[in-house]
Ligand binder design. Structure first.
Ligand code: UGY
Ligand code: MN
Length: 248
């Protein structure tokens, strides 16, 4: 037994944000998946309007489908997998991603095992726009742009910035010492996983030292700010809801 941290955790769950550290993760079988354990990092149970979870697939595992009307974004954190959808197969590796629109029949299988990060949101269609399409890609192929003019904060958008979509998933890479330019307060929610490096995250009036593997939920209007610390670059993957009327 490790008595060093006996009875303590870095995790903290508040009314409109949560800091989820790996020390508290609990696995449970993912409903509808075979040979796969899940860790639900963010869900409506805490007040979020989306879910974010790890799918820990063993060799030979097979995915299940999201609920009807729910879209799914998949990020490969570790290992390899194959996605089959619409009669085609796609090889996925570390930093590959796939977006499956709501009600698209699809399956993910792995022969050697993999760790996926998944975001799911009930799709809200906007009148006059077509249903989004399947998107499969790799982070290395996606354009990167300076965030608000700061070359030290590079932002990659994995989904089209277009009103047909009601969610976005982005990768944010910070040079050492780079902060977000101001404390953001906005209606959009975020689910976030630190994938590299670390720093300090401000959420409401709490300040969290963060490192790779830590996850966050930022609810609507939760004031948020990040400063990258340490020598290596820092990076996080995050979800946001976009392009819908606040009264819808
Ligand atoms: O897209 C965003 O709102 C982003 N700048 N927020 C964040 O990194 N906390
Ligand atoms: Mn934000």
């Amino acid at each position: 037994m490790n008595l060093e941290f006996f009875g303590s955790t870095r995790t903290n769950v508040e009314r409109r944000h949560a800091f989820i550290a790996p020390d508290g993760h609990v696995q449970a079988p993912l409903a509808g998946w075979d040979k796969t354990m899940g860790i639900i990092l963010v869900s409506p149970r805490m007040g979020a309007k989306f879910s974010m979870y790890y799918a820990l697939m063993e060799g030979g595992a097979v995915s299940g489908l999201p609920l009807a009307g729910v879209q799914r974004f998949v990020w490969v954190q570790e290992g390899t997998a194959t996605l089959t959808a619409a009669g085609s197969s796609y090889d996925l590796r570390h930093e590959s991603f796939a977006y499956c629109p709501a009600d698209l029949d699809h399956q993910i299988v792995t022969s050697d095992g993999c760790k996926l990060v998944i975001f799911e949101k009930r799709f809200a269609k906007l009148e006059g726009y077509d249903q989004p399409e399947l998107i499969v890609g790799h982070a290395s192929e996606v354009e990167s742009n300076a965030f608000m003019g700061d070359e030290g904060a590079q932002l990659q958008l994995f989904l089209p910035d277009h009103p047909g979509y009601d969610m976005g998933v982005n990768l944010f890479t910070f040079a050492p010492g780079t902060p977000l330019p101001f404390v953001e307060t906005h209606i959009m929610e975020h689910g976030m996983l630190m994938t590299k490096g670390g720093g300090v995250y401000r959420l409401d009036n709490n300040w969290y030292p963060m490192q790779a593997g830590d996850a966050l939920w930022m609810g609507p209007y939760c004031p948020q700010w990040f400063g990258a610390l340490g020598k290596p670059e820092s990076q996080y993957l995050y979800y946001k809801d976009v392009y819908r009327d606040p009264l819808s």
